[in-house]
Structure formats: C-alpha cells, structure tokens
Design a protein around this ligand. Structure first.
Ligand code: ZN
Length: 77
C-alpha cells in the first residue's frame, strides 16, 4: 500500500474519531467510503446534541477492516 493512501486512511480514521455529522435522513456516513454506517451505540440527548457511535460495514473499506469507531453528532435545530 502506498504511503499516501495510508496517510489518507489515517486522516479518515481521525475524522471518524473526531465526529461526523448525523443526518436523520441518511444517518452517519463513513468518512472513507461515504456509505451509511451501522449504529452500535446511541447516547442520550445532552442539551441540544446527541452522540452516536457507528461502524462501517463495507467489506472493502479500511475503516471497516480496522473496526474503527465512527462518532456522529446530531444537533437539535
Ligand atoms: Zn467505510
């Protein structure tokens, strides 16, 4: 695997850990493959935000292979 690819994967993994937007329509998309990820943990609302944790289930996605946790943030508008 190319070093640039590895760096891109590391950046996607960082983004997954930092948090992606949660949409009520599409859920949270994997920062690497942009497919809908499966929710495995939903935290209660805290003020106007809700955190969820997801896993990508795309067999070809490196974040799925690493079982990297994807954090999503939903904002009450
Ligand atoms: Zn993915």
């Amino acid at each position: 695997m190319k070093i640039t690819t590895m760096m891109k994967i590391a950046a996607a993994k960082e983004q997954a850990a930092a948090g992606v937007d949660f949409s009520p329509r599409t859920g949270a998309l994997c920062p690497w493959c942009e497919k809908k990820s499966r929710i495995y943990r939903t935290l209660p609302w805290e003020d106007a935000t809700r955190i969820r944790y997801h896993l990508c289930e795309n067999g070809k996605c490196p974040l799925a292979t690493m079982r990297a946790s994807i954090k999503s943030i939903e904002m009450d508008k």
